[in-house]
Design a protein around this ligand. Structure first.
Ligand SMILES: [Zn+2]
Length: 653
């Protein structure tokens, strides 16, 4: 790694690091080139002030480990997909001849035509290619982005409209929705993915052609929604609309155009926001992934307006979902809906628990809240969901991703096919594994936060500093950090002491300098650091049992932040049956009779009785039937039956 950088380059880095979740510096010119950023305009639009800032993904490296492996699998998938096949229906809608056959599943099948999901994949694809380009510099991703943007520009030109979409009846369908007519489907949900893909392509891949398409699309949206009264707008928002409020707030930051901010506020669903802002949880029965992106948008509208209602709603939503509605894995919901937690025992064993998109969106929300309020609790949730929801969602062998991650004992993870599924979670699944670099480290003016224990390094250009992290975590509960500095510098290093570790001990150059007995905090080391200084953080991982208050006898076992799953083998499963097309059939796959082992005894005593195996992160637990059950981290489970939650009978194990 080099310290070489000019000031303009550095400013650009800051700008990009903040993109998408924090403030952007921008003027009223509608442009945000490197030059404009290096020399801020006279009247910049309001910047959101956040307490901490992320690092540009280009300044973070990932070293060998499960996260880098997952990124490589996704990169290979992105490079295999053919943009012309994803563009097929966009060209059809614009009156142009398609250049290649359309993909299957949600991209073309009639059932998905009806709910207007055709085309959502292209938006996720743009975002994923932008993150992959930003984090690796591989120009093949940039080429694909620019090609897609050029094609979308051609569609705009041919149709003489800013609207680009791939669902049938495109413009007519959106017009009917805007007129308040009853429609089948979720056109704004799908359009949000296109907007977001173009935003990410603009900000993370410097794609000027994407910016041009985005601004034309955004202006189309302004004009199209202008005739609606506020009441008509609010009524339209009863239909799922993704994070349309988020994207228009981002557009405001990117351009300074106040019309975009007005649209962002109008796209903020008041029927959801107002009770949340008052601290009322009425989420039972609501479709989960319809809500989470709106909440991400509330936080973003707060950034743009300073209106505390939006922030209060976002913070309360996070609190109630993360603290009271989440499984041990960080996921939530049954069959995509929030359920009454008093009914936990009726829902926990569903095959349709924990839609992966919800975890993707909860992590976006968590990160946005952390930037304003860097509480360890946010980082704890982030880590837990990252391992047990996100990393766990990818097939390490094929790179394909899950939709639901059910906790039905004896069930298995089901992954999408490469070309015939294209679920919502296929789309968020493309993004998940190419943005791990964005949340390992954060900083404020004088402190560097180490939130995740991942082999990696971060370059802090402003300080002339590189911090590298060598660790085999979670196999070993420790990490070693080393500074490389241009000159000695006084900085605070904030090391996360996770909630799951009773103690945290810190050694600098081999000498103990701090010992924390406050799980869920940061250990702050303020010193004048010298190049070569070595910092070691030692944590303590132990096994534990977790249950929901309404069902104390249904437990999951954890080891540090990891959920341990019973690895139950492949009995009765034909090879390859876990790569599937139709996510609606979850629950009916693999329903051949299977008797999972059971547990009996006091849950905490069972957890304490878990024995370490020969390999790291391999354990056994005694079953009620007498046979030991093999436990491994849930994220490592693939191609076999598993159990994450167990009904525990009273009595001796
Ligand atoms: Zn999904």
């Amino acid at each position: 790694m080099s310290f070489q950088s000019d000031r303009a380059g550095h400013s650009r880095r800051q700008f990009l690091a903040n993109a998408g979740t924090v403030a952007l510096v921008a003027g009223g010119t509608g442009t945000f080139s490197a030059a404009a950023v290096a020399n801020p305009p006279q009247n910049p639009v309001q910047q959101a002030v956040t307490k901490v800032q992320p690092f540009d993904m280009a300044d973070v490296t990932l070293e060998e480990g499960p996260f880098l492996h997952a990124q490589r699998m996704t990169e290979a998938y992105l490079l295999k997909l053919q943009p012309d096949r994803m563009l097929h229906n966009f060209r059809v809608n614009a009156g142009l001849e398609p250049k290649a056959l359309v993909y299957g599943g949600w991209e073309s099948e009639p059932e998905w035509a009806e709910i207007n999901c055709h085309g959502h994949t292209l938006g996720h694809y743009l975002s994923a290619c932008a993150f992959a380009y930003r984090s690796t510099g591989d120009k093949r991703f940039k080429q694909r982005i620019d090609y897609v943007a050029g094609e979308l520009a051609a569609c705009q030109k041919a149709a003489n409209s800013g609207l680009v979409c791939a669902f049938p009846k495109g413009a007519a369908l959106v017009s009917a929705h805007l007129r308040g007519e009853k429609i089948a489907g979720v056109p704004w949900y799908t359009l949000h993915k296109i907007y977001a893909g173009l935003r990410d392509a603009t900000l993370f891949a410097d794609s000027e052609s994407s910016r041009a398409v985005l601004v034309r699309l955004a202006d189309w949206g302004v004009v199209a929604t202008r005739p609606l009264t506020d009441a008509e707008f609010e009524a339209m928002l009863a239909t799922e609309h993704g994070g349309m409020n988020e994207i228009y707030a981002d557009l405001y930051f990117m351009t300074g155009n106040p019309e975009y901010l007005s649209v962002a506020q109008r796209f903020s669903h008041k029927a959801i926001m107002e009770p949340l802002a008052e601290g009322r949880d009425y989420l039972d029965g609501l479709h989960a992934n319809t809500q989470v992106p709106k909440i991400v948008g509330f936080q973003r509208v707060h950034d743009a307006t300073g209106d505390t209602k939006y922030r209060d709603a976002a913070a309360f939503f996070w609190k109630t979902v993360a603290r009271t509605r989440s499984f041990a894995t960080g996921g939530h919901g049954d069959n995509e809906h929030f359920f009454a937690m008093a009914d936990f025992s009726k829902h926990v064993f569903s095959a349709k628990g924990s839609e992966t998109c919800c975890q993707y969106n909860m992590l976006k929300l968590t990160r946005a809240l952390f930037l304003h309020d860097p509480r360890p609790e946010y980082a704890d949730y982030y880590e837990r969901t990252l391992y047990n929801g996100i990393l766990a969602s990818q097939d390490p062998d094929s790179g394909m991703a899950t939709y639901f991650q059910g906790a039905r004992p004896g069930y298995m993870k089901l992954y999408h096919t490469p070309e015939d599924s294209f679920w919502c979670c296929t789309g968020t699944g493309m993004e998940n594994h190419v943005k791990y670099r964005d949340s390992i480290y954060f900083h404020d003016d004088g402190a560097l936060y180490v939130n995740l224990f991942v082999p990696s390094s971060v370059r802090w250009l402003e300080k002339g500093a590189v911090l590298s992290q060598v660790t085999t975590f979670p196999e070993a509960p420790s990490t070693v950090l080393r500074w490389k500095l241009q000159r000695p510098i006084q900085l605070t290093l904030k090391l996360r002491h996770p909630r799951w570790s009773r103690t945290a001990t810190v050694l600098v150059n081999g000498l103990e300098v701090a010992r924390s007995t406050a799980p869920g905090s940061y250990v702050a080391l303020t010193r004048t650091w010298t190049s070569g200084d070595r910092v070691e953080l030692r944590l303590a991982m132990e096994t534990s049992a977790e249950s929901a208050p309404a069902a104390p006898d249904i437990v999951a076992f954890t080891y540090g932040p990891l959920v341990l799953a019973g690895a139950l083998g492949r009995e009765g499963l034909a090879p390859g049956t876990d790569i599937i097309v139709n996510e609606r059939r979850y629950g009916s796959y693999n329903d051949a009779h299977f008797t999972a082992p059971t547990l009996a005894g006091d849950p905490q005593a069972l957890a304490k009785g878990i024995r370490a195996g020969a390999e790291p992160l391999e354990f056994t637990i005694a079953s009620a039937e007498g046979e030991p059950v093999r436990l491994i981290p849930y994220y490592r489970i693939a191609h076999e039956r598993y159990a994450t939650y167990w009904p525990v009978r009273p009595g001796r194990a």
